[in-house]
Design a binder for this molecule. Structure first.
Ligand code: FAD
Ligand code: ZN
Length: 484
């Protein structure tokens, strides 16, 4: 019996044959969200609890087979699909989707890794709380994937990214042991922070099976404003005003370029995007208020009045109610879908020190325009966090796939070199995956790379957990050779 056949038998014994998929259409598990790659899995394992996850990890270790943890498979860094070798096991957490507890006193909920983000938002809301993590993929991404990528999204300016919302984890280690770190303690200084090591590790150090998450009291009112701003310097002025006027009530601050909104209007005209035709940039501001609807509205109106008087904005509206607020958010969140309809583009999820963003965009726009005449930039993002989605679309009429193949390397270099000159990061949100693993050593300090390789070797000495992601196998080997 071949080793692979014996592994599949072990997995079937541990999980039941119906939860080990080897035949039929496995596209959902093997192709990434954007459809850029199609791998082949040896098998897809669907464990139903932490002990079954540990059994899968141990069986794979015994047979020398590597594992690709997978949640909702919405990741944008090519980290959640197997390679083309048909020798890797996809470990899908989809069946582990129970909320274990909601602790009102501790303001936490403890949930399994396969819970869909939107379901967790609803669970919290039904109990009178807010789980603030939110991103456009919320209907299909899982909290395990959010934790593994330290996802950001639209509320980071106040609530922080997924790491800031996590108080504890349950993890299956690379050798198949279970670490239960779900105490939910807000203070625990007993040595190295293992939780923070696994958050953002993109499945390369272990499998997250559950988490204790912070929830917040539901604000009394949530209102959105939409403003036209003449340039990015004005947008920063508006951000400063918003921080000072709204204080901790500022829960969202998004910027959108005219071209990004042109695409939304082209593909979703029913949304009726305001102001974009006459303004190079628009800004969405969200205010969450713990007093009342009236107070929320008055605060936003006061902010916008100052903005219009000082020239930070040239036009502005405040949503009349929650439905209108949601509609404005919907426009912002439709940019991803609209650009996908226009054709694949070269995506970047960069961060830059906030004050330097206008200069970065001006310089990089000019460099790209010179290098690729007619190139179109889909700029938008979480300006309040210094995080831009600086996406590069083919010139009008040029085949998007051919453009991506021919130009993406060059474009990445232009953009990431500029990011480095401005002391930024080449990934603020989506992570490294296998997409940027080759690039990482060029943009991260050698000391940081060496420490990361040591951590990987300590926690996953046989390189079985999502190999080739974050750290390339080549750089692993190089690290070993040079003793780093
Ligand atoms: P997957 O795609 O399944 O996996 C992502 C990575 O995590 C992989 O490396 C995988 O191996 C690992 N992983 C998954 N589950 C586990 C686990 N339980 N244990 C260990 N490792 C695991 N991201 C943002 O940060 N901000 C955004 O605003 C944002 N917007 C998006 C909008 C759209 C339309 C789309 C398609 C994606 C967006 N993303 C965004 C990217 C993506 O949704 C996030 O990275 C999300 O957190 C991935 O969750 P997932 O469950 O789909 O994970
Ligand atoms: Zn984002």
């Amino acid at each position: 019996m071949s080793s692979h056949t014996s592994l599949i038998q072990s997995l079937q014994t541990a999980l039941g044959a119906t939860h080990i998929l080897t035949e039929g259409d496995l596209t959902t598990y093997e192709r990434d969200w954007r459809g850029l790659v199609r791998g082949r899995a040896l098998a897809v394992a669907l464990p139903g609890n932490v002990d079954e996850v540990a059994a899968v990890v141990r069986a794979c270790a015994d047979h020398g087979v590597s594992i690709v943890p997978q949640g909702g498979n919405t990741g944008l860094a090519l980290g959640s699909v197997p390679d083309a070798s048909a020798t890797q096991v996809v470990l899908s957490l989809r069946r582990m989707n129970h909320v274990r507890t909601l602790d009102r006193a501790n303001l936490t909920m403890t949930v399994e890794a396969g819970c869909i983000l939107q379901t967790l938002q609803q669970t919290a809301q039904e109990a009178g709380f807010l789980f603030p993590l939110s991103l456009a993929a919320k209907g299909s991404c899982t909290i395990g994937g959010n934790l593994a990528t330290n996802a950001g999204g639209t509320q980071v300016v106040h609530y922080g990214n997924t790491r800031a919302l996590c108080l504890g984890l349950e993890v299956v280690t690379a050798e198949g042991a279970v670490w239960n770190g779900l105490s939910g303690l807000r203070k625990d200084n007993t040595g190295y922070d293992l939780r923070d090591l696994f958050v953002g590790s993109e499945g390369t150090l272990g499998v997250i099976t559950a988490a204790t998450l912070r929830i917040h009291p539901l604000p009394k009112a949530r209102r959105v404003a939409w403003a036209a701003v003449p340039d990015l310097d004005a947008a920063l002025k508006l951000l400063d005003l918003a921080h000072h006027t709204l204080g901790p009530g500022l829960t969202g601050f998004e910027v959108m370029s005219q071209f990004a909104l042109t695409l939304v209007d082209r593909y979703f005209p029913q949304l009726r995007v305001p102001m974009y035709r006459t303004s190079p940039w628009c800004v969405l501001i969200e205010h969450s208020d713990h007093e009342s609807e009236e107070h929320a509205r008055a605060q936003l109106e006061s902010l916008l009045q100052h903005a219009l008087e000082s020239g930070a904005a040239t036009d502005a509206i405040v949503a009349e109610n929650l439905a209108q607020s949601d509609n404005l958010w919907h426009m912002r969140e439709s940019i991803s879908m609209a650009q996908a309809k226009e054709g694949v583009n070269v995506k970047h999820d960069i961060s830059i020190p906030i004050a330097r963003i206008p200069a970065f965009v001006a310089e990089t726009d000019a460099l790209l325009a010179r290098a690729i005449p007619g190139v179109r930039l889909v700029d938008f993002g979480h300006l309040g966090d210094g995080n831009l989605h600086y996406n590069v679309q083919a010139p009008e009429g040029v085949d998007a796939v051919a453009f991506l193949q021919a130009e993406s390397k060059h474009i990445n270099q232009v953009v990431f070199d500029a990011v480095a000159r401005y002391d930024g990061s080449i990934s603020a949100e989506h992570g490294i995956g296998s997409f940027k693993a080759d690039l990482l050593p060029h943009y991260k300090s050698p000391v940081a790379m060496a420490l990361m390789r040591r951590i990987k070797r300590a926690l996953d000495p046989d390189n079985r957990m999502n190999p080739g992601r974050v750290l390339t196998t080549g750089s692993e080997a190089a690290g070993r050779r040079t003793g780093q």
